[in-house]
Design a protein around this ligand. Structure first.
Ligand code: MLT
Length: 243
């Protein structure tokens, strides 16, 4: 009898990064299962950016590459918003859900205003300056300069149009707080212990709301555990996948 292919992984990165954010995760898991890590830039419809549209495009990409009927969707922050939209629109495609350093609630009016300010600033000041205040909050105090530089490089490689479109998509995203209680797959909620953007209490609340969820708090990491503490992140993911 042919061995069953392990469940594929769909990895959805955070803002203002790209799929290189998952490089340690891909290196750890690609020899044991199919892994797809699309670029947010390839999921966006620049004329009509939305998280719901990014979720539809991610599933189209899956259908055009692996054609997997089911997958574990792993999303970090903005990627988590897309992952929750996949859960809302395509529940039958989910074998599992991993929500990293993200939240299910929609933006507050203040957060929406900040996004509009960044979308405006990026055209005037460029991607690095427009995102610098946000990037200051991304990492744990003990995270090395190499990771900071890596994130700056990923940001520098984005176009102003992509940064603005991501902000508009996130501004208008749906509130999925109610969806958490209806999730029918086992979930893992991951958070860096020093995450200043989507902190530990937000992750704890999400894990409590999901009927079948584990919480993993990653030490020595802020908002981007897959880069800041890849070993602990990969261990938590491997343990969940082996459940
Ligand atoms: C991210 O890391 O993707 C961002 O923090 C998401 C956001 O701005 O809400």
């Amino acid at each position: 009898m042919a061995a069953e292919t392990p469940t594929p992984l769909l990895l959805l990165h955070g803002f203002p990064m790209d799929a290189r954010m998952w490089r340690h995760t891909v290196a750890r898991f690609e020899s044991e299962r199919p892994v797809l890590a699309p670029e947010a830039g390839d999921l966006l419809d620049p004329g009509n950016p939305s998280i719901a549209g990014m979720a539809r495009r991610a599933i189209e990409l899956v259908d055009n590459s692996g054609g997997w009927s089911e997958m574990v969707v792993v999303g970090l922050s903005m990627g988590g918003y897309i992952a929750l939209e996949i859960a809302a629109q395509f529940p039958d495609r989910l074998a599992g859900l991993v929500l990293c350093d993200t939240r299910a609630s929609a933006d507050t009016p203040e957060a929406k205003a900040n996004r509009e300010a960044m979308a405006k600033a990026v055209a005037e000041k460029g991607v690095l300056e427009a995102t610098s205040a946000m990037r200051e909050k991304l990492l744990a105090p003990m995270t090395g300069e190499d990771v900071r530089q890596e994130i700056a490089q990923m940001t520098a490689d984005r176009s102003p149009a992509e940064i603005a479109a991501c902000q508009m998509a996130m501004r208008d995203r749906a509130d999925h707080t109610g969806l958490l209680t209806r999730l029918h797959v086992p979930a893992l909620v991951v958070v860096g212990e020093h995450d200043a953007i989507a902190p530990v209490d937000v992750a704890e609340q999400m894990a409590k709301s999901i009927p079948n969820a584990r919480l993993a708090v990653i030490p020595n990491a802020g908002h981007v555990p897959p880069l800041e503490n890849p070993q602990a992140f990969n261990e938590a993911l491997a343990e969940y996948l082996g459940r």
